[in-house]
Design a protein around this ligand. Structure first.
Ligand code: QV4
Ligand code: CA
Length: 495
């Protein structure tokens, strides 16, 4: 389950958090396919609760399932199918955020205090009632007989049982050991597989038993052979937040797909913020620090939709500007794991929903709009980190580096440079003074355009040019707190 199922030359996943299906379809065709993006992680597509909180609809309603009907704030089933078709057609795969741990928060019920659901299915999450007829689930589908309370802070250190059987912030906890529940969940996954998705990001896997997830995964079909070829299993990445010291560990999940490696973003963010030395990241990979498993075990990212909302995020986010640009660039340049780029909307309050047209429209999500330079117009409310010039160029850098090991690693205090064997070269200077040196780039001789601060545009380089000699060497100056990145995708004089 750890195969990414992307085209081999497209190595980067982007999380289009809260985007509508119609907008994602356009994005695959108009942008993603041209910039090396191989897959999109989409917001949960199943029916969810609707609420009006302070004249807004929070983003997190998407994590309170009401049924597995494919009607959500992002669009209808027909729109989802059209999006999957159009993305696959241009070689961009769809990864679904699957919420299998729970249903709605205890006490939520259709029609109570303005609570509704996106397909108008009835549901009653009253404690002990717990009925979801559209699935159907009823009280015995839930874990109440094993644990009838919320997970407490101390449980995370002391009790894997409680972390997996009790309620995560009051969310009614499904019993994945129950055969009927397994059948419903696998049916949901199989429906999406039939529609052409490539795999799943499993929400809250930490709160489900690997021994239950494995049989559910084994009940899934192979992916569509007309899209993926014969006998291809779905991709799986498990959301397990494990930074050490807990009863549930990411190591518990290694045989059933990848896991979300929160230790990677922490390490890179520390360097970007100046709390750690970039030099040490030359060892970032298996065994670097707790939780960094093998290349095929990890999904790496800088920030995600949860930790970017923390009060003082331990990772850098779009709000950190240049530090963020540098962190994401390093992730995409470095040869470790399957990288995921976060694509956000602007927010001040952590509950704030995506850009929308207000109460009168049922808080209908707005579409992004675009500037002539291909970035998103901030007036539309979307950040679109994946379209930032540096990040989109680094996604291209990664696509041409695919399968190439890091080589010729050079480090100095707070500086790191490396090649991706005959495909690309990256140098990061975390000191304030210039760094000038002759580097072995491993690239074929020629002129290359820096992709960090510019790009090759109609064969015109808008930034620094790097001349690589017949011996693969180049004299390069990297300014203080800057990066130079060149690759086969930025070769000025063509191959
Ligand atoms: C409240 C109280 C509870 C009370 C409950 C019921 O806090 O004490 O028991 O009411 O009366 C929302 C509200 C939350 C509310 C809950 C239930 O924020 O206050 O509980 O609904 O009504 C997202 C948000 C949550 C949100 C949830 C469901 O982050 O705030 O809860 O969606 O809408 C751990 C986990 C990890 C998890 C992470 C956030 O190990 O798995 O916390 N990450 C994933 C997703 C995340 C999502 C969930 C899991 C849940 O990435 O976005 O939570 O699906 O680390
Ligand atoms: Ca659980």
């Amino acid at each position: 389950y750890d195969r990414t199922n992307t085209l081999s030359s497209r190595q980067t996943m982007v999380h289009l958090f809260e985007w509508k299906w119609t907008d994602i379809a356009n994005e695959c065709e108009n942008f993603l396919q041209n910039y090396g993006y191989g897959a999109v992680q989409i917001s949960p597509p199943m029916e969810h609760i609707t609420i009006n909180q302070n004249n807004d609809m929070p983003w997190w309603v998407r994590y309170q399932p009401v049924s597995y009907k494919l009607d959500s704030r992002s669009g209808t089933e027909a729109e989802l199918q059209d999006m999957i078709n159009r993305c696959n057609k241009v070689g961009v795969r769809v990864v679904v955020d699957a919420v299998m741990n729970h249903m709605v928060g205890v006490g939520e019920r259709q029609g109570a205090d303005g609570v509704g659901s996106t397909a108008n299915s009835a549901f009653d999450g009253t404690d002990g009632v717990e009925t979801f007829p559209s699935v159907p689930y009823a009280a015995p589908s839930f874990n109440d007989q094993r644990c009838h309370r919320d997970i407490q802070d101390s449980d995370y250190q002391n009790s894997a049982e409680n972390v997996r059987n009790c309620r995560l912030v009051g969310l009614l906890d499904l019993d994945q050991g129950n055969q009927a529940v397994r059948t419903s969940l696998a049916g949901y996954l199989n429906k999406l597989i039939d529609m052409g998705v490539a795999g799943f990001r499993f929400d809250a896997s930490k709160h489900m038993w690997p021994g239950d997830l494995m049989p559910i995964l084994n009940m899934t079909k192979n992916l569509r052979s007309d899209i993926f070829g014969a006998n291809v299993r779905p991709f799986a990445v498990h959301e397990v937040i494990d930074r050490g010291g807990e009863a549930v560990t990411c190591g518990d999940y290694l045989n059933i797909g990848r896991y979300t490696n929160f230790n990677f973003g922490a390490a890179v963010s520390n360097a970007a913020k100046g709390y750690a030395n970039w030099q040490s990241l030359s060892h970032l990979g298996p065994g670097y620090s707790y939780g960094n498993y093998e290349d095929h075990d990890v999904l790496n990212f800088i920030d995600n939709h949860d930790n970017q909302r923390d009060d003082n995020p331990y990772v850098v986010t779009y709000k950190n500007g240049d530090q963020y640009r540098m962190a994401v660039a390093f992730m995409l340049a470095w040869s470790y794991g399957y990288p995921r780029v976060m694509s956000s909307f602007y927010f001040n309050d952590h509950n704030q929903g995506p850009p929308n047209n207000g109460a009168g429209s049922g808080f209908a999500t707005r579409s992004p709009t675009f500037n002539p330079d291909l970035t998103c117009n901030s007036d539309s409310g979307w950040v679109c980190e994946h379209r930032w010039p540096t990040i989109r160029q680094m996604s291209l850098f990664r696509s041409v580096s695919s399968g190439r090991a890091a080589a010729e690693v050079v480090t100095q205090s707070n500086r790191i440079a490396f090649a991706r064997e005959s495909a690309a070269f990256f140098a990061l200077n975390g000191q304030s003074g210039d760094w000038t040196q002759t580097f072995q780039t491993t690239l074929p001789p020629g002129e290359y355009c820096d992709q960090y601060n510019g790009a090759l545009d109609n064969n015109q380089c808008t930034s620094l040019k790097v001349s690589v000699g017949f011996d693969g060497k180049a004299v390069i100056t990297i300014k203080g707190n800057q990066v130079v990145a060149v690759s086969q995708a930025s070769r000025v004089d063509g191959p």
